[in-house]
Design a protein around this ligand. Structure first.
Ligand code: ADP
Ligand code: MG
Length: 641
């Protein structure tokens, strides 16, 4: 994929008929219509009877089965009630009404299944965009990024800080803490050094590891950066929404009322047939089918739609909450900027016989194991200058500060000026920073040897996205960066951001998020780096950049912008707001329909067919209303295009 390419459509969009629920609902409908025709045309009674029975079976077996299973776990399923109601209707001679109930009911189930299927399709196609990769080390330490599936036993791979371990293997060099929660469920990271075994799918901390591949990758399950979290193509895990939590109690209360409505009049001598009919009508119209269907299809459809446009939202709750954001916090390097900085200036402190090429190659040597965009820039600058990048030993990354390592027997640090006090090099740093550079100081054997000035470009359209987000949330976004204040201000001004919090360490970014939350803000953080992970986790909603982002950032986030397109962020918030409006519309409509029908049934007389049509009709309308969020138009509207 290249930047600016068209949003990918799902690789294999499934047709409607692929969804089993749609096929069964279709069969039920056809059988119902045929039965209706047979009756209307005066065909044999047996024929209509057989056709209606087919309708009952095809539309009702699945909800009946899952309802009984739920009952075994002491959960009362509304679907089961509907099947019971249809059977009772048939038993008291209202076969047609029961069949209608089954048909519409199966249709609304199919609508929900379609929304879920679309979500899976889009998640699957997003995941297939990002095959798992690993950095293979060749002879003389040459790095090569390869598909993890192509690695062979015995290959040597490099695992950078914050990267997901791509293979099962043995550590042959380096020390790091590795988060194995995806495999063992153990929440605390485990320290790994030489001789320790690491597993594919676990998450590296701040150290660098060289790992010898132990097992062919084909024999293990693929665990990608996002699949390991809450969303996978086969399971969209959705924390219980409010509606689902009240559904149980409501259903039990409703059954109690139905029984009372049946037994009390009977005790006073009412006829069985009429009383049963009335109680059944009550149960049908009071069932919360439409309420249950009000929430999930719109949110799932919105997730599917976002997925088609390159945004992976990990759960329905995240989609629901997104629109409540009041403050957006941007990271700078790699998020607001392209994250491909260049070394623009090399300044020598002088003395010690140090020259520019030596300075640059020492710095590049120390930076090579790092995943940081600045590190990549320094290594690239050395390579461009035709320098040999020497190997590093005892590498240590300090997120938000810099790196240190032994290079050619010398102790080299490359880090932000503040760490060093910056007295000797203060003027060089100030000059570079005032002209918009990110300055890093190279220290060799404890002495500042030089300063590198790096520049990065703003992402295209960053200013427009910032303006759109400001309009949506009512507050201009905040910039949280580990870089220096001078350069950060210059860059922020170009996007319209004035609230700049600079020189933040990872824990400071998190503290800034907590502070905003303390003032009542609902905070969405968007970032890419290992240094952003604590802030992403602390935020109400964390969004990670998918291409430039580190695996650690992606697994800490609630949503991932797969192709790093910032314009999708305002669209996502717009879509979430739209989904919420649809949910509210649906709930109001569903509750009104139930109230009106119940009132008519209790106070006057509601014929069963009208009850069924009213109840199930409102359910289907609610379901269809939710599916509107699947349309390309919904996205365009949210994105303002
Ligand atoms: P941001 O918050 O803008 O994404 P970081 O927190 O990752 O930036 O980095 C903050 C500062 O720390 C950088 O501007 C740089 O001065 C220093 N730094 C971090 N990592 C490195 C590194 N690998 N090499 C050199 N300097 C680094
Ligand atoms: Mg960053």
């Amino acid at each position: 994929m290249t930047a600016g390419s068209r949003p990918a459509e799902p690789a294999h969009p499934s047709g409607l008929l692929v969804v089993a629920e749609v096929r069964w609902a279709g069969l039920a409908t056809v059988a119902f219509l045929a039965g209706l025709a047979a009756r209307a045309l005066g065909g044999p009674v047996v024929l209509a009877w057989v056709l209606f029975s087919i309708c009952y079976l095809s539309g009702g077996w699945e909800p009946a089965l899952s309802g009984v299973r739920a009952l075994q776990r002491k959960i009362l399923d509304v679907d089961l009630l509907m099947v019971v109601a249809a059977l009772v209707a048939a038993a008291i001679g209202q076969q047609l009404d029961g069949a209608l109930l089954i048909v519409i009911f199966a249709t609304s189930g199919a609508l929900e299944a379609v929304a879920t299927q679309r979500t899976r399709d889009s998640v699957r196609s997003l995941l297939s965009l990002a095959p798992e990769q690993a950095t293979r080390l060749g002879a003389d330490d040459r790095e090569e990024v390869v598909d993890a599936a192509l690695l062979a036993v015995g290959d040597l791979v490099l695992v950078r800080p914050g990267e997901r371990v791509g293979v099962d293997g043995l550590v042959v060099e380096g020390t790091s803490e590795v988060d194995q929660a995806t495999i063992t469920g153990e929440p605390l990271p485990v320290t790994k050094d030489i001789g320790a075994e690491v597993f594919a799918g676990t998450l590296n901390g701040t150290g660098v590891l060289r790992v010898r591949v132990l097992r062919a990758t084909l024999t293990r399950s693929w665990v990608g950066p996002v699949r390991a979290s809450t969303v996978g193509p086969d399971r969209v895990v959705i924390p219980k929404l409010f509606v689902e939590r009240v559904e149980q109690r409501y259903s039990v209360a409703m059954i109690a009322c139905t029984l009372a409505l049946f037994l009390v009049p009977l005790a006073f001598g009412a006829t069985l047939q009429a009383t049963l009919l009335r109680a059944m009508t009550f149960m049908i119209v009071a069932s919360p089918c439409a309420v249950v269907l009000a929430t999930m299809p719109p949110l799932l459809s919105a997730i599917a739609n976002a997925g088609r446009h390159g945004v992976l939202v990990k759960s329905a709750v995240v989609m629901e909450r997104m629109a409540q954001t009041t403050t957006i916090c941007f990271d700078k390097t790699g998020t607001l900027t392209e994250g491909t900085p260049r070394v623009a200036e090399v300044r020598l402190v002088g003395g010690d016989g140090m020259d520019e090429p030596t300075l640059l190659s020492l710095a590049a040597g120390a930076e090579r194991p790092s995943e940081h965009p600045l590190a990549r820039a320094i290594v690239a600058a050395a390579a461009e200058a035709g320098l040999v990048v020497p190997p590093a030993q005892a590498f240590l990354a300090i997120p938000g500060r810099g790196v240190e390592a032994l290079v050619m027997g010398r102790s080299v640090q490359v880090s932000r000026p503040a760490v060093l006090g910056a007295c000797a090099v203060g003027e060089m740093v100030a000059a570079l920073e005032s002209s918009g550079h990110t300055a890093v100081v190279v220290t060799v054997d404890g002495k500042a040897a030089g300063v590198l000035g790096l520049t990065d470009r703003l992402r295209e359209g960053a200013g427009d996205s910032v303006a759109a987000l400001a309009a949506l949330t009512g507050r201009v976004p905040v910039l949280l960066t580990g870089d220096n204040a001078r350069a950060a201000r210059l860059l922020a001004a170009a996007t319209g951001i004035s609230d700049v919090r600079a020189a933040l360490l990872p824990e400071d970014k998190m503290a800034a998020v907590h502070e905003l939350q303390g003032d009542g803000a609902i905070v969405t953080v968007i970032g890419d780096g290992v240094n952003d992970a604590p802030a992403l986790a602390a935020a109400d909603i964390g969004v990670a950049m998918g291409r430039s982002g580190s695996d650690l950032a992606m697994s800490s986030a609630d949503a991932v912008i797969i192709r790093d397109d910032l314009a999708t962020l305002p669209a996502l918030i717009g879509l979430s707001a739209h989904a919420k409006r649809v949910v509210v519309q649906n709930l109001v409509f569903a509750v009104t329909a139930i109230t009106v029908l119940v009132a008519i049934d209790l106070l006057g007389k509601l014929p069963l067919p009208i009850g069924v049509a009213g109840h199930e009709g409102s359910t289907v309308i609610v379901g269809l209303n939710g599916l509107r969020l699947l349309s390309a138009r919904a996205w365009r509207r949210a994105a303002g295009i």
